[in-house]
Design a binder for this molecule. Structure first.
Ligand code: NDP
Length: 333
């Protein structure tokens, strides 16, 4: 008989009321796949918070083990690219939504979803980055592909003290950009400046309905917030600039006008991490290994154990989490 291990399991009853429990699993309970991974670390992302809180549209199959990110070691594989003992990372691909996710000691997955762990990283580093950090990198790569360079002008990062925001600031500052951080937490000014933000603005400057075009203030943006914030970011982007949009912390609406697009040639670049193709993932993880200062990564992350995941998931939606949270699965799992 295979070992018993703990998994967080989200279920719902006939009335669609959701419950979150800790279940005993064995390998037989895992879903189909050609690689089984012993999960050494995972993390709590905003999307994990939404899943555990029961927001509609996140979980697509019940019951579900939530958790969208893993780092760990291959324990069995029939996939031609992976062998027992290989260190791997997985972000997205429906884990924790339509395929059993990472809040369990093991996951069985499609090997095509994995990326090899970069050489200078361990599982804890990789999950301090996690989907939030890998998405921040995808946003920066999208801006670069659009021709945005440090000499074009400042970059604004919204949702600055959150996971995407903190990693975006760290990478952009290492690349030489002048970074403007938009935050609702004035108390985090020193933290954001330590990460590399040059200027801090209060998020209320951007979160209310604004004018179709404003003063040109930044050449680019990494926006994790959406709604009026994204509309105002667009309206204050300089001629020919670009905004990478990845999040909806304020809302999924976009109450904007076409004016920044048709009068200033501003581009809105959509960024999705879940189904991003493998080449892009490999590029993003390789860039993170070279362009993210590991000392800053340590300063922006907090470590918790398996038993803290559920309460932390509630905290992230309530805006109480700064930077990134790593779940050390060697603790309590
Ligand atoms: P976090 O919760 O860590 O950060 C979100 C930040 O947004 C908060 O820290 C806060 O920053 C800001 N914020 C929260 N509520 C509001 C509000 N009502 N108005 C304005 N700002 C607000 O989440 P992540 O960084 O992990 O994710 C950020 C967003 O990106 C989420 O919407 C998430 O779903 C999305 N995302 C999308 C991905 C994709 O593939 N497209 C992948 C990963 C994340 P502060 O305190 O500084 O104001």
């Amino acid at each position: 008989m295979s070992d018993i291990f703990k998994a967080i399991l989200i279920s719902r009853d006939k009335e669609k009321n959701q419950s979150v429990d800790i279940a005993d699993f064995t390998d037989d309970d895992l879903m189909d796949g050609d690689v089984t991974v012993a999960i050494e670390a995972t993390t709590v992302n905003y999307k994990d918070g939404l899943a555990i809180k029961g927001s509609p549209g996140i979980i697509q199959r019940w019951p579900m083990v939530p958790g969208i990110d893993l780092a760990g070691k291959v324990i069995s594989s029939s996939h031609n690219e992976y062998n027992t003992g290989d260190k791997v990372i997985l972000n997205g691909w429906g884990l924790g939504q339509s395929h059993y996710g990472t809040y369990a000691a093991r996951a069985r997955v499609n090997g095509d979803w994995l990326v090899p762990m970069p050489e200078n990283m361990n599982s804890m580093d990789a999950m301090a980055i996690g989907t939030a950090g890998y998405t921040a990198m995808l946003c920066i790569m999208a801006l670069e592909r659009h021709g945005i360079t440090p000499d074009r002008g400042p970059i604004i990062v919204t949702g600055a003290a959150g996971g995407v925001g903190s990693i975006a600031i760290s990478v952009l500052s290492k690349l030489g950009y002048h970074v403007i951080a938009s935050t609702g937490r004035a108390s985090e000014e020193a933290y954001l400046k330590d990460l590399g933000a040059t200027e801090i603005i209060d998020r209320t400057e951007l979160s209310e309905p604004g004018r179709p075009l404003g003063k040109e203030r930044w050449a680019g943006a990494v926006d994790a917030v959406g709604s009026h914030t994204l509309a105002n970011v667009l309206s204050q982007t300089t001629y020919g600039g670009a905004v990478a949009a990845c999040g909806l912390a304020q809302g999924y609406d976009l109450p904007a006008t076409v004016m920044p697009f048709i009068l200033r040639g501003v581009s809105l670049l959509g960024v999705d991490s879940v189904h991003a193709p493998k080449e892009l993932r490999l590029e993003a993880w390789s860039r993170l290994a070279s362009d993210l200062d590991m000392a800053k990564l340590a300063s922006l992350s907090t470590t918790i154990g398996f038993d803290d995941i559920i309460s932390t998931a509630h905290d992230i939606i309530d805006g109480k989490i700064r930077g990134r949270v790593v779940v050390d699965m060697a603790t309590d799992a």
